[in-house]
Design a protein around this ligand. Sequence first.
Ligand SMILES: [Fe+2]
Length: 349
Amino acid sequence: MHPLERAAQKLLNDILKVKRDEVVCVTCDFEGDLKFAQKLCETAHKISAKPLLLYTASPPHVGRAGEDYLPKHPLRSALLQADVWIELNMKWLLYSSIYEDVVKTNRVRYMCLVGMNEDMAIRCIGRVNVPLLLEFQRRLRDLTKNTKSMRYTTPAGTDVTFENDPKRPVLVEGDVNGPGEYMLIGQVDWAPLEETIEGVIVFDGSVTPPYELGLLHSPIKLKIKAGRVQEISGEREARIYESWLKSFNDPNMFSLAHISYGCNPGAKLCGNVLEDERVWGCLEWGLGNQSDTFKAKSIKASSHSDGVTLRPTLYADSETLIKDGEYVHPQLVELARKIKDDWETSKKF
Ligand SMILES: [Fe+2]
């Protein structure tokens, strides 16, 4: 089987659990990967589902700001009647009024794959042992939910502490159970208690947006007090980042919104946030707007940005969960090895 077809099959069968006769809508724009969109439709047809490819020009803006440039009435009508919606648009519809109407119907399993391309689909889905990875992500979730205090350091100088609220969810991305919003496998994210986040975070992997950054050539150091960025230092990229955050004239752009574990064995640091935030063993922070799905403070801000910290060592209460970018906790270490071995083996097929 062609590796791209395997990726499509795993996404449809193992992740989205598509059933016979279900309507699978794939949205793609001129900047998205049409080849993967077509492969998804062909594969959906092979498994007796009913694919529909909605291919549009790329609007100049994302979300709500972009939809007036699209044929939004036909798009809305089709998506309202889908069972599964896979979004491959580069200019995403996520959080547009179309998206919100679709979510309200509570019938659609929506998978956000903004930025996905053929190569990434093969590495981050096709070659992944999906059931094992989801089991690993659930263990990470449980360990995190049972941890009160966390601290982590990185070789680049991160040293940050925070506390978790056991009532807040820890999200296992890509674990599809019924209608709802889902993201690519290989990420587990949550919102720590904002006021407890203290210390220094050094982004040394990538930062997006602003889109002129992406892969970092020099680290960006953020001084954090009570969950808010107090000071940004570094070289040229740090100044670009600070100016971008300030450009919104919105103090909430300086709030930390969430943290995430990266655990996709196929993800590599490449400047594409979809993949960068899933690099195995990284920790990533979101700044700015805080999604309601975290059931946290729902801090509203003008935009949102994600920054990656590499090779962390993470202490969870009295235990070490990650050491120098590798999962070392006794409940994770064996499964981590198996997931990585399976991914290496899959390269031969
Ligand atoms: Fe984020």
